[in-house]
Design a protein around this ligand. Structure first.
Ligand code: ZN
Ligand code: ZN
Length: 569
């Protein structure tokens, strides 16, 4: 078998299917894809809403009772709260229908999604954390999304096993952290990037085992350094005062300096730890993987995956939300946690042999189902016997090939393609597609995605962000009743009591920017999930990297692993 170049039916760019890819498709009995890897990723991303929450009618009680839901009230979808959805007072099979062989499968699946009640928020085993979406085992946390095992934390995305962290993105095992991106195993670390095992420090990039350091890059096992210059303890604390890091102004100034220092630092071309034959970024303890990003570890034979937790084998086109003891997966989003043979699914956990389904837990042998728990042998939510199911599924697969769905852009969806984006219950800008491939309304609509404008609600702002006091010491409890106008987006936001306590405890100034905009700014501190070839800064070899070329704002000193290990120790 040779590699083949195909033309993506969506973006019209060429992409290559390698012999090993053909072998995988053959093994799971699906035809090769007709969308390129990037278009496949975006097509999945529009099915994951990690952080756009709304007050929507409680599907059980009616319009007067509003609950927190990932489904916008205008979507007209029915939201059930946790207790109702998981309880036995309803049966998703009551929404089941016969398969109609004269119509496209996706059309019938769309109708099912419009009818069946949806779980308002995925949040399990949590205490006092009702605003956390895609969250597990959370305690006293607020808007900490796509996270697990966090306590007393706020405004975080993709964090785990952490306590008292605010405004952080992809951080594990950290406490008392603020405005960190890819920082792990640290305590009292602030405004830092890609650092590990650091203490009492501000503005670190790629540092390990450092304490009491400010504005340092590529540093190992140091204390009392500022801009990589060693000071003694007294000098350090005297200099630290001059930075006034307890004022918004001091932080703004340090941020600008940090940006320069980051630009001048050494950057390892890919951030891989303990990997064999892996091409990807931010990946640990894995082997034989290609085009994989943000993987916590222990994955093998995986291609085109992102945001995965430990343990995944033989998978293509999965994530965000994948892994966790799963095997044989193809085209899935939020299909982590003990899945086996999971194909073309969104939000399916602890399940086996499931195709084209949405929001299933502990299900076996289901096809085209939605919002089900502990079911088997169902098609479009209708219950069948094992024999009936096994007889019907091959016929349906043939029918999907014969009657493909054509979306409004003219793209054709036959068996082997993920759900068309226009079936998604979310608008493009409500999903993580907007986080990773941001578009404006015009572009999104031109590309066939739906869009929902932000509605500011009835809040009247009472203070402008830029007029907030410079230090937390100047702030009294009356701030809790103010409505702040974001300095950048003008969106109103409030300071919550838990947040105020956090800022006071760590002597951090109030933010003048809306939490959403803070999240967007942190996202810009990560590299895009795109691999380019680039010459090592020392000119010895061409390497894959996620860093943008220098001409597009990327840093200068992107280096191969050999040179990184030589320079940084
Ligand atoms: Zn494409
Ligand atoms: Zn080199």
């Amino acid at each position: 078998m040779n590699s083949e170049t195909k033309n993506c039916q969506n973006c019209k760019k060429d992409f290559t299917i390698e012999p090993e890819d053909f072998r995988f498709y053959e093994k799971i009995q699906v035809p090769p894809p007709t969308f390129c890897p990037d278009c496949r990723l975006i097509r999945r991303l529009v099915w994951r809403n990690e952080h756009s929450l709304f007050r929507s009618p409680n599907g059980e009680k009616g319009k007067s009772d509003l609950i927190i839901s990932i489904y916008h009230p205008d979507s007209k979808l029915i939201s059930y709260n946790r207790e109702m959805w998981w309880g036995d007072r309803w049966d998703p099979c009551n929404y089941g229908v016969d398969y109609d062989f004269s119509r496209s499968f996706f059309e019938q699946f769309k109708e099912l999604l419009e009818k069946v009640p949806h779980l308002a928020l995925s949040n399990s085993k949590s205490v006092n954390s009702k605003f956390c979406q895609t969250a597990v085992e959370m305690k006293n946390s607020y808007l900490v999304n796509s996270s697990w095992g966090c306590e007393d934390s706020m405004y975080c995305n993709r964090t785990a096993q952490s306590k008292f962290i605010h405004d952080s993105y992809i951080c594990y095992s950290t406490e008392f952290g603020y405005e960190n991106v890819y920082c792990h195993k640290s305590s009292r670390l602030f405004f830092s990037r890609e650092s590990e095992s650091c203490l009492d420090s501000y503005f670190l990039y790629d540092c390990r085992n450092c304490s009491n350091c400010i504005l340092c890059t590529n540093l190992r096992n140091k204390s009392y350094c500022i801009e990589n210059v060693q000071y003694n303890r007294q000098e350090y604390f005297r200099k630290k005062k001059e930075f006034a890091l307890n004022t918004r102004l001091g932080i703004e100034k340090a941020k600008i300096r940090f940006e320069q220092l980051w630009r001048d630092a050494f950057h390892k071309h890919l951030k891989l730890t303990n990997t064999v034959n892996v091409v990807g970024d931010q990946v640990k303890d894995s082997r034989n993987c290609y085009w994989v990003f943000d993987i916590e570890g222990e994955i093998e034979n995986v291609k085109y995956a992102n945001w995965g937790s430990k343990g995944m084998k033989d998978a293509y086109d999965v994530g965000p939300g994948c892994g966790h003891n799963s095997e044989l997966l193809y085209e899935g989003i939020s299909t982590g946690v003990n899945n086996n043979r999971s194909f073309f699914n969104a939000v399916v956990w602890y399940s086996n042999n499931v195709y084209y389904s949405y929001m299933l837990n502990n299900c076996q042998n289901c096809f085209g189902c939605a919002e089900m728990n502990s079911k088997q042998y169902c098609i479009l939510n209708k219950q069948y016997t094992k024999e009936e199911y096994e007889n019907l599924v091959p016929k349906i697969i043939e029918q999907i090939k014969n009657i493909p769905y054509i979306d409004k852009k003219g793209n054709k969806y036959s068996f082997g393609e993920f759900f068309p984006p226009e079936l998604s219950p979310f608008a493009y800008n409500e999903t993580v597609a907007q986080d990773y491939f941001p578009l404006d309304k015009k572009r999104a609509e031109a590309e066939g995605y739906s869009w929902r404008e932000y509605q500011p609600g009835s809040y009247q702002t009472t203070i402008k962000g830029k007029d907030l006091p410079q230090t937390i010491a100047e702030v009294d409890d009356s701030i809790l009743s103010e409505v702040i106008e974001c300095e950048i987006t003008k969106k109103p936001f409030k300071i919550l009591e838990q947040e105020l306590i956090f800022y006071r405890r760590l002597d951090l100034p109030l933010p003048s920017i809306h939490p959403d905009e803070r999240h967007n700014r942190r996202l810009k501190l990560r590299n895009p999930m795109v691999l380019n070839k680039r010459m090592c800064f020392f000119g010895d070899e061409e390497v894959f990297t996620t860093y943008l070329p220098e001409s597009k704002g990327g840093p200068k000193k992107v280096v191969c692993t050999k040179h990184y290990n030589q320079e940084i120790y």
